[in-house]
Write a protein that binds this ligand. Structure first.
Ligand SMILES: Cc1cc2nc3c(=O)[nH]c(=O)nc-3n(C[C@H](O)[C@H](O)[C@H](O)COP(=O)(O)OP(=O)(O)OC[C@H]3O[C@@H](n4cnc5c(N)ncnc54)[C@H](O)[C@@H]3O)c2cc1C
Length: 190
């Protein structure tokens, strides 16, 4: 197949932390990334926040706007004294232990099972997963990438052309911020 111009719009794929059972199947239902998209449904309820390096713990400060928040460090993250004081002043509980599983009926969430068997009750878990392009095509074509807050993003100019002439890219795969309206507008520009 040949074409004079190509638009890459294959979105991104999320990567989840290893070793946590029950996470992937709850993605988009009770495991969530955007408090503005899902915060209302879970307002006033028990909320977890899972951070993975290099994300700072500040996400938990935001989630605490919507409900009683617990920050899960999952055994491999640390919070410095200054951040800990800020989180505690905001009423955020901090749970250092490694997470073994998310539990609850169907895609709902009722609690987080920690190493050792203890269960912390929560109704939803917010996290910022690492993302990667939904297809290897951009890499195969030799497009340059920038490192975004959640993963690599195809580099484009103001007209959405990648670093490879006549190859354009739009949407999540080519944007630092993942949002349906922005992705749609990006496609219009491309
Ligand atoms: C759980 C969740 C909730 C969200 N909630 C909101 C919300 O409330 N509001 C909001 O604005 N945004 C929300 N978003 C973000 C929004 O979904 C994305 O920003 C938007 O869908 C990106 O559009 P896109 O077209 O770039 O990518 P996508 O919607 O991911 O579409 C890419 C398409 O390309 C296909 N594809 C991949 N590889 C190939 C290939 N090689 N050949 C052919 N097709 C291929 C994929 O199957 C997919 O259908 C949410 C995202 C998630 C994960």
């Amino acid at each position: 197949m040949s074409a004079g111009k190509l638009i890459l719009a294959f979105g991104v794929q999320e990567g989840f932390p290893d070793g946590i059972a029950g996470m992937r199947e709850r993605w988009g239902t009770s495991v969530l990334h955007c408090p503005y998209c899902h915060g209302y449904e879970f307002s006033g309820r028990k909320l977890g926040v899972l951070i993975e390096a290099p994300h700072p713990p500040d996400h938990a400060m935001l989630i605490a706007e919507w409900g009683q928040a617990t920050l899960f460090l999952n055994g491999n993250n640390t919070v410095d004294d200054e951040a800990r004081a800020r989180l505690q002043a905001r009423g955020v509980a901090i749970e250092p232990a490694r997470i073994v599983a998310l539990e609850g009926p169907g895609q709902d969430l009722s609690g987080v099972r920690l190493e050792g068997g203890r269960i912390v009750p929560i109704d939803a878990m917010f996290m910022v997963p690492r993302t990667r392009p939904g297809s290897p095509i951009a890499e195969q074509l030799g497009c340059a990438f920038d490192e975004g807050p959640a993963g690599p993003v195809i580099r484009t100019d103001a007209m959405k052309m990648t670093t490879v002439p006549s190859v354009f890219a739009a949407g999540d795969a080519a944007m630092m911020m993942h949002n349906a309206t922005l992705a749609s507008a990006d496609g219009v520009m491309a």
